[in-house]
Design a protein around this ligand. Structure first.
Ligand code: G3H
Length: 530
């Protein structure tokens, strides 16, 4: 496969490289005078393949990490800070002002999403818009939580005013495949609940935060949001070692999550909000509607080149239909169009990690050496920034592609005659996020669903796996997740129930009444946000 050069259309050209020369700590954009790291795109702007230099980011070190930590701790101020004690309506106002300004940066962020991670134009626009919607939905969900708690309860002679309070200082680390959406799905609920945050953008998808730096600075009090650039290990390790982090919010790999937890000296202080790997299977029953199944499996396994935690990463097909499924699925894979993210109707786009094509090739070679075949004509054909998806069959447990979360364009297939085969594999797996089941017979599907819901956290019937809609719970078992995310659940994950209690007597009741009338406390308040 030759590198498929097409001239960059005018609106998407990177006119000049972006020098991200500051970082946000204590409400100030600090000019960085030290070392910088280049940011390259694997998309070439020239006919002879060459990665494109997009810009550079500061290589911050331990000192800046600790500076950010001190700033976040000071802004939280052991619960006394302006932000954690602020009226809910005022925190909401800050978020609303932020998102208004963010909307004006859509084109810049969308263009960088395409260049930095190779996401196609439509999906890049979707990622931006979905994030904006998520912020508005979060605001509405928080208003509802606040309304529900704008009241007193009385039980066994004790009056109680119960609300949700912040947890403290949050370290927030997002993934490269959804560098805006998934990062903000952690950041925004953490902030709105009154926590203060240190945030380091993902390795790929980092410059797209540049257009938003001023909005973060302008709309939040000093120290509430701190943004660092550099290597995760250099920055996150000393922050965790301080023991001052209350929540580790990370979407990424369990090895990073484990290492960071290990470096925290006060384990019970640390709450975890983690979205990690998955190896979601498709299980195709003999009576499955093949047209529908193939369409969903293509989308499920190969949208954004399979670089989604929810992607279908292994397909189990029943022996009775394996031949027709594999041959038709392989033909459809070969029809997928590879190109740059802005090309019309493009399905497959450059892989943002420079070492990914080699890794995918190694998975294919390893599988072939152990008996698998590439079932589609174009499978495994490669160029500098891509490997055409390979459909591999028969895949066995000793192959790396069976064990690894491939997170890229390769589709392993296993056939089965006994449904216990995929069920046992799922039970044995370290992962437990979602599954897709294809079939029609309810007397087979019914009991299967009853087992699958106990192995994963979402069973998709005749549909590929996905996170959305964001209103639904997104979580996983085992090494796939810790805590639940959804618009509503994320607000719970970043907060804790805390309350004011008083024995029911004249003195206490007068105090409560006076507090409610005086506005002296932002917590003890029955104000109703409309
Ligand atoms: O990478 C994991 C994402 O949460 C997947 O989200 O199913 O909307 O692509 P998605």
């Amino acid at each position: 496969m030759k590198y498929n050069f097409s001239p960059i259309p005018e609106p998407f050209k990177i006119k000049q490289s972006i020098k991200q020369d500051n970082f946000l700590v204590d409400g100030k954009l600090h000019q960085w005078e030290g070392e910088f790291s280049p940011v390259y795109s694997t998309i070439s702007s020239e006919e002879n393949y060459k990665p494109t230099l997009l810009g550079e980011i500061p290589s911050l070190g331990k000192d800046q990490a600790i500076q950010a930590l001190d700033s976040a701790c000071q802004a939280f101020d052991n619960g006394k800070g302006l932000w954690p004690t602020m009226k809910v309506v005022d925190r909401i106002k800050a978020l609303e002002n932020f998102v208004e300004e963010m909307k004006g940066k859509r084109d810049a962020v969308v263009n960088l999403l395409m260049w930095e991670i190779g996401k196609n134009h439509n999906d890049s626009k979707k990622e931006f818009d979905r994030t904006v919607d998520y912020i508005y939905d979060t605001i509405e969900a928080y208003k509802q939580i606040d309304r529900d708690s704008a009241k007193f309860q009385k039980n066994s002679g004790i009056n109680a005013h119960i609300r949700r309070g912040p947890l403290g200082v949050v370290l927030c680390l997002g993934p490269y495949n959804y560098p805006l959406n998934e990062t903000f799905c952690l950041l925004i609920p953490a902030l709105i609940m009154g926590n203060t945050v240190i945030f380091k953008p993902a390795k790929h998808g980092v410059l797209l935060i540049s257009p938003l730096m001023e909005a973060f600075q302008k709309h939040f009090p000093p120290g509430v949001v701190n943004i660092l650039f550099g290597r995760g290990r250099v920055l996150a390790t000393p922050i965790m070692e301080s023991g001052k982090i209350n929540v580790l919010a990370l979407i990424g790999h369990s090895s990073s999550a484990n290492a960071l937890q290990e470096s925290h000296p006060k384990k019970n202080r640390l709450r975890l909000v983690l979205g990690l790997e998955a190896k979601n299977p498709a299980i195709i029953m003999p009576d499955a509607d093949l047209d529908l199944t193939i369409k969903e499996c293509i989308n499920g396994s190969l949208s954004f080149n399979g670089q989604r935690c929810t992607a279908l990463k292994i397909i189990y097909v029943h022996e009775d239909i394996k031949e027709s499924f594999i041959s038709r699925f392989s033909q459809e894979v070969d029809k997928l169009k590879y190109g740059n993210p802005w090309d019309q109707n493009v399905n497959l786009t450059p892989l943002p990690e420079p070492n990914k094509p080699d890794y995918i090739k190694k998975l294919i070679i390893d599988a072939q050496s152990k008996g698998a075949k590439i079932m589609n004509n174009n499978g495994g054909i490669s160029c500098e920034n891509y490997v055409f998806p390979a459909v591999l069959y028969p895949v066995t447990k000793d192959m790396d592609v069976y064990k690894d979360e491939q997170f890229g364009p390769v589709v392993p297939i296993i056939s089965f005659s006994d449904i216990n085969k995929p069920l046992e594999d799922m039970a044995e797996s370290n992962y437990g996020q979602q599954v897709s089941v294809f079939g029609k017979n309810t007397s087979t599907l019914g009991p299967l669903i009853d087992t699958l819901v106990n192995l994963v956290c979402r069973v998709n019937i005749n549909s590929s796996c996905q996170r959305g809609p964001d209103i639904y719970p997104f979580t996983g078992r085992k090494d796939s997740a810790f805590s639940t995310l959804s618009v509503h659940d994320a607000l719970r994950s970043f907060s804790i129930r805390t309350f004011v209690a008083s024995k029911d007597n004249d003195v206490n009741n007068k105090i409560i009444k006076d507090l409610l009338g005086s506005n002296d406390s932002n917590f003890v308040s029955t104000d109703y946000i409309l």
